[in-house]
Design a protein around this ligand. Structure first.
Ligand code: TYD
Length: 211
């Protein structure tokens, strides 16, 4: 994995699947191999994105229509794409993103009821058509995710279990549509084992994408 080929790798999954820990460990592994790695999260990782995150997740008293919610996530996404992701890829770095367009397709579409094909089109506009080289979904049952939560639920975490079931099914349906690019891994295993699986998969995909 010593080449300078840029790579855009996205980690997805329901709430509580452990994405941020796994991204941190994967970034350490890739940096030890000498690669330059940029890590970002959605919504966030820019000043605007963090403000939008606060509006979307922490203001229980705000009424936010599903379409407004979508467009706020997309605005944060346009910002991180242009301010962080594209420049890092242009420098030849590996970008590890905690969520990207697929989260909107699944949360606001499959679970929230917005039109999925419209969401794909809006996602394309927000990102200027940037697509991940690979997406990894950490899959966890809704009950297990709930049991793991140790902080008060944010606005989206407070949605009903049925919403989170639709999120899970949405991720699995999208993976089935595009199995070459979207990989599903069970998150119902210890952190270290999960990280080993993720590292092996990342190395395999890296090797197969080299010219
Ligand atoms: P995240 O910080 O990844 O939460 P967690 O660590 O709990 O998984 O994501 C914030 C929340 O925002 C999460 O509930 C998923 C939701 N979300 C959407 O509904 N649509 C989106 O496009 C994105 C990026 C996130």
């Amino acid at each position: 994995m010593e080449s300078k080929k840029p790579m855009f790798w996205v980690m997805e999954g329901g709430d509580g699947a452990g994405k941020s820990t796994q991204i941190r460990l994967l970034a350490e592994f890739l940096r030890e191999k000498g690669l330059a790695v940029t890590v970002c999260r959605e919504p966030g990782s820019t000043k605007l994105g963090e403000e939008i995150r606060d509006i979307l997740l922490n203001r229980a008293s705000l009424t936010i229509h599903r379409m407004s919610e979508l467009l706020l996530f997309m605005a944060a996404r346009a910002q991180v794409t242009n301010e962080v992701i594209r420049p890092a890829l242009a420098r030849g770095e590996v970008v590890l993103a905690d969520r990207f367009v697929l989260s909107s397709i699944v949360y606001q579409g499959y679970a929230g009821g917005l039109d999925i094909e419209q969401l794909r089109a809006i996602g394309h506009i927000a990102t200027g058509g940037l697509e991940p080289d690979g997406t990894l979904i950490l899959d966890l049952s809704v009950a297990a995710a709930k049991a793991r939560r140790n902080t008060p639920p944010d606005r989206l975490e407070s949605e009903a279990d049925s919403f989170h079931e639709r999120v899970r099914r949405g991720f699995l349906s999208e993976a089935a549509r595009n199995p070459d690019k979207i990989h599903v891994i069970s998150a119902e295993q210890p952190v270290e084992m999960l990280q080993q699986t993720i590292r092996h998969l990342t190395e395999a995909i890296w090797a197969s994408s080299q010219p």
